[in-house]
Each structure stands twice: as C-alpha cells, then as structure tokens.
Design a protein around this ligand. Structure first.
Ligand code: COA
Length: 315
C-alpha cells in the first residue's frame, strides 16, 4: 500500500469576529466563564461569506502552497455537516469552482468534528486505487447557522471556518496509520436532519461529551503510536481537535508533551468542527513550526460519536 503526505495547506475564515462580550449580550454568560471553562476568547461567524466561499478560499490557498494545479487532483472530499446545499454536495460545487477534473470522485463526508481525519483516511484509500497522485481534502463548517442562540451551554463554543490540505500519494511512503472509530449515539450530540417537527439546531450534553473526549484522546494516541511503531518522543508535533482547551491540556499533561510540541488556536476560533484540525495544520505550516519531514500526530473526536487519530507527515 502507498501512503500519503501533506503537500500544502490553506485556510479561509470569515472576517466577522464575535467576542465573548458580544455573546454575553445575548445569553446569560461572561467572558470570565467562557475563558476559564473553554479557553475561547473569540470566534468567527459568516456574514457575507458562505460555506462554498470558505471552502473555495481554503482549497485555492492549499493548491497554491502545494504547487499543484487543479487539473492534477485525483479526488476531492469535503468533511462537513453544514454544506450550503445537500445536493449538490460541497465537493461537487468545489469541482466547478476550482475547475477540478470531471473524471474523479468528489463527495462530502460526515463524521462531525472528526471529519477531516475520516476524510484523510478515505483519501489515502482512494489514491491507492487512482492513476492520479494528488488529492484535495477540505474540512469546513459554518456551525453558526445551526447554533441555538438561546442555549448558553453550546452557543459560546462554535465558530465558522474552512481549511484544506493537498496530499500526495507515493509508493514507499508510510500510511498515515489512521485509527478511526464510532459509537452511534443520538443523545450526547445531535443535529436533526430531515426529520419532521425538528429545527436543525445543535443540542449537546456538554459534560458527558467532555468525559467522552477525555477518554477518546488517549485511546487514539496509544493506538496510532502502536500502529505506526512510534513513541511520543518521535513525534514532532501534536495536533488536537480544538473543542476545549482543558481537553488539550489534560492530554498534553498525561503524555508529558512539552508546550513547544502542541498548539492551541481555540482562543481565536472556538470549535470549528471539521475545520479545526486542518486550521491548526495550516497555521503551523505558515509559522514554519512544521514543514517537510515533520511528523505530526493528530487526534479528533466529535458527534456520532466519532473519534480518530493519524500520523501525518509533511512532504
Ligand atoms: N455561561 C455561564 N454559565 C454556564 C454556561 C455559560 N455559557 N454554560 C453552562 N453554564 C453553567 C451551567 O448552567 C451550570 O450551572 P449550574 O451548576 O448552576 O447548573 C454550570 O455552568 C456548569 O455547567 P456544566 O455544563 O457542567 O459545565 P462544564 O464545566 O461541563 O462546561 C462545557 C461546559 C460545554 C464548556 C464543557 O462541558 C465542554 O467543553 N464539553 C465538551 C464540549 C465539546 O467538546 N463539544 C464538541 C465535541 S466535538
């Protein structure tokens, strides 16, 4: 089996910043509560932007960074739960917007906040069966459009954004060793779909999701290390889904990961769902903190329930 590496990353976030103080004006909360319980200071919300425009912005930036023309892409996956339209999918819309080839699979993937990792694994499998060697994976969500603005337990958490990675697949490269899982549960975290009588707004039992996450993260780290035959010390950088700074700090403490080897941008963006992990990857790449040869262990978890980890390498 051939493996994939990250060739280039890009991101696109809405301009509008919503601070904790802005939210305290609409629900009974405070900057002090949100900051201490979550680590979030502000987040971005779409005003003029759309899911499509964010995806296109992120994907164009990633293609440019990778130096790969759209016509060389062999598959496109958008991980999301908030595409502008169910049909066409965000990925099909992106095919048209970017001028991707027409003889390739383009589709959306729903694994909530773990979507980007599910999509990377799927892409690795697809490219193994493709004559083309590059793939485009986008993580994008505009959760502000399905947020319940009367629920202070959830509305403070989420932000909008998109980020993308162009990956390359080659003989001789190691697999990302993805370890993915799910446990069907529609009580802890739920967004109704086309059921009748429900508005499609997020509902969540925060404390129980928190406990689930605290157990899922070490499970993923242990499984990925075992599968790839690596140790914590081998890893150059740890990238965690940005759902709550406390979850990230607990994992860092458990594995004695020095501060120089992990990163939090949750303070700036909140939880951007499927965009969260590639948003971190893209910022780290631009900051020069990861680059060719870097080994990055990434971990995600979210609605479904879903969870996963993978060992990413930069080309
Ligand atoms: N502002 C002020 N008080 C709030 C509040 C807010 N925004 N949201 C909840 N509270 C209150 C609750 O009403 C409760 O009050 P009570 O003790 O009088 O009943 C108290 O704060 C504690 O609530 P609780 O829900 O137990 O807080 P918590 O410490 O679990 O923090 C979350 C809540 C949502 C921040 C936390 O559970 C969390 O981050 N969970 C994981 C969420 C997540 O990762 N989701 C996405 C998965 S991808």
């Amino acid at each position: 089996m051939k493996g994939i590496k990250i060739k280039g990353t890009g991101r696109c976030v809405p301009e509008k910043t919503v601070t904790n103080a802005d939210l305290a004006a609409i629900v009974d909360t405070s900057d002090a509560w949100i900051t201490s319980r979550t680590g979030i200071h502000r987040r971005r919300h779409c005003r003029g932007e759309t899911h499509t425009s964010l995806c296109a912005g992120a994907a164009r930036a990633a293609l440019k960074k990778a130096g790969v023309p759209p016509e060389e892409i062999g598959a496109c996956i958008v991980a999301t739960v908030t595409a502008d339209t169910l049909v066409p999918s965000a990925a099909c819309t992106l095919q048209r917007e970017l001028g991707l080839p027409q003889d390739i699979p383009c589709f959306d993937l729903n694994a909530a906040c773990t979507g980007f990792l599910f999509a990377l694994h799927t892409m690795e499998c697809l490219l193994n069966a493709s004559p083309r060697k590059f793939g485009l994976v986008v993580g994008a969500d505009t959760l502000s459009r399905i947020t319940n603005w009367e629920d202070r337990g959830t509305c403070i958490l989420f932000g909008d954004g998109a980020a993308a990675a162009v990956v390359e697949c080659r003989e001789g490269w190691s697999s990302i060793g993805a370890e993915l899982g799910c446990h069907g549960d529609d009580r802890l975290l739920r967004v109704p779909g086309v059921e009748t009588g429900h508005r499609s707004l997020i509902s969540m039992e925060g404390t129980r999701v928190f406990k689930f996450a605290v157990e899922a993260v070490p499970w993923c780290i242990d499984r990925v290390l075992a599968r790839t035959g690596r140790t914590v010390e081998d890893v150059d950088f740890f990238v965690f889904h940005q759902a709550n700074a406390r979850i990230i700090d607990l994992a860092a403490r458990k594995y004695r990961i020095p501060q120089s080897k992990y990163y939090k941008n949750i303070g700036e963006y909140g939880n951007t769902s499927a965009a969260s992990i590639p948003l971190v990857l893209s910022e780290l790449a631009d900051l020069g903190r990861v680059g060719p040869g870097s080994l990055v262990l990434t971990v995600g978890f979210g609605g479904g329930l879903t969870w996963g980890g993978a060992m990413l390498e930069f080309a």
